[in-house]
Write a protein that binds this ligand. Structure first.
Ligand SMILES: [Zn+2]
Length: 379
């Protein structure tokens, strides 16, 4: 494993490499608004586009970027209608970092065309979270994925550097550069041919805190975490990855996996097991935008006093998706995810020792990014 390297320079280079690899996004039919155009503002100027703009969550307290982790477990079926099938969103991080250009030039594959082919063959809607650097390295694939109505493309920052200190050894982005990191990635996606990237952002390593949520608020995105770690980063055994996903998925789940052969060579084969198995259980695959739409709808219904299916007598929800920036483990964003210990008990600033990394979720249940409650792991 990379981390074992001895020499200091090699160690730094490898830590960077490890961190980079670790952290390892239907295009709505009508012209969706640029991500920073809040639906509210859009509604006034262009109601049609607002109606079809991908759903976002309302800002959190003090206007912080809202954080989404998973959709409500219980979905209210319209009166008399058959019970709605439970949904699950598979998300794939195409997280090439700003300093991996030379490795790509040397022939390393940070993409995974067979994975995209398999998703198409199995007709699986999915969301790709791309770094701007990945889009620049693979513009044709970016355009191809972005133009396929089966998929949607979201933002995973330009460089895949961390938005908090001590995030798995990843280089960090200065607070005054954080908004630019998000917007530079959107520009790279559009320049590569994604006409309508969806307004969702995944923090590299899953590391965020209140400062980061405030710094990127003007970009008007919804931050998307996960509740199921795929465990595919550096995993060689697809069955172990499939087992981890199948054990973790619940109605409304968001699963984090990777779209990079370099750091996640088993993902495509694991998907071939995961998809039929979850369909067998009655799950319907959706893009993140549909999960967020469901969460928003559920929250609006709650606000209007409707009691959803499964709601407790006190009206509380079976599982509150905490759109207000509080993570399921109740920790506040400024806990930087550090509050929740991940499956392997490690903390975000625990990069090197065990050689494990944020998204370095070994299929043995080790970690992705962040606390289990919030669905740690790689990103
Ligand atoms: Zn990542």
């Amino acid at each position: 494993m990379i981390i074992r390297a001895r020499t200091r320079n090699t160690r730094t280079a490898l830590t960077l490499l490890a961190a980079a690899t670790l952290s390892l996004t239907a295009c709505t039919a009508s012209p969706a608004p640029a991500p920073h155009q809040r639906p509210a503002a859009l509604k006034d100027r262009n109601p049609a586009a607002a109606r079809q703009a991908p759903p976002t969550l309302a800002p959190g307290p003090q206007g912080l970027t809202p954080v989404f982790t998973s959709a409500p477990r219980a979905v209210q079926a319209p009166r008399g209608a058959a019970k709605a099938a439970p949904t699950v969103a598979l998300t794939f991080d195409a997280d090439m970092t700003a300093d991996q250009g030379r490795r790509a030039a040397a022939g390393e594959h940070f993409d995974n065309p067979p994975l995209v082919d398999t998703l198409r063959r199995l007709k699986v809607p999915a969301t790709f979270f791309m770094t701007g650097r990945w889009a620049e390295q693979y513009p044709a694939q970016t355009r191809d994925i972005g133009r396929d109505p089966l998929f949607e493309v979201a933002n995973h920052s330009y460089s895949h550097y961390a938005f908090t200190p001590r995030c798995y050894g990843l280089p960090t982005v200065a607070p005054h550069r954080m908004r630019a990191e998000v917007e530079r990635a959107f520009t790279a996606l559009r320049e590569s041919g994604v006409e309508r990237p969806v307004p969702y952002f995944r923090f590299p390593g899953g590391c965020y805190d209140q400062r980061a949520l405030r710094a990127i608020a003007p970009a008007g995105v919804t931050a998307v975490q996960w509740d199921v770690v795929g465990g595919d980063a550096f995993a060689k055994d697809p069955d172990a990855v499939a087992r981890q996903v199948l054990q973790g998925v619940r109605p409304g789940s968001v699963v984090v996996l990777h779209c990079t052969r370099s750091a996640a060579p088993a993902t495509e084969r694991a998907v071939r097991t995961i998809v039929p198995a979850l369909r067998e259980r009655g799950f319907r695959f959706v893009r993140v935008s549909e999960q967020i739409g469901a969460a928003r709808g559920a929250r609006d219904a709650r606000r209007d006093g409707a009691r959803p299916a499964g709601a407790r007598p006190d009206g509380a929800w079976p599982d509150d998706t905490r759109a207000s920036g509080t993570r399921p483990d109740g920790a506040r964003p400024d806990d930087n995810g550090a509050s929740g210990t991940r499956p392997d008990g490690a903390r975000p600033d625990d990069t090197g020792a065990s050689g494990a990394r944020p998204e370095d979720t070994r299929a043995s249940g080790s970690r992705p990014d962040g606390p289990r409650a919030a669905g740690a792991a790689p990103n």
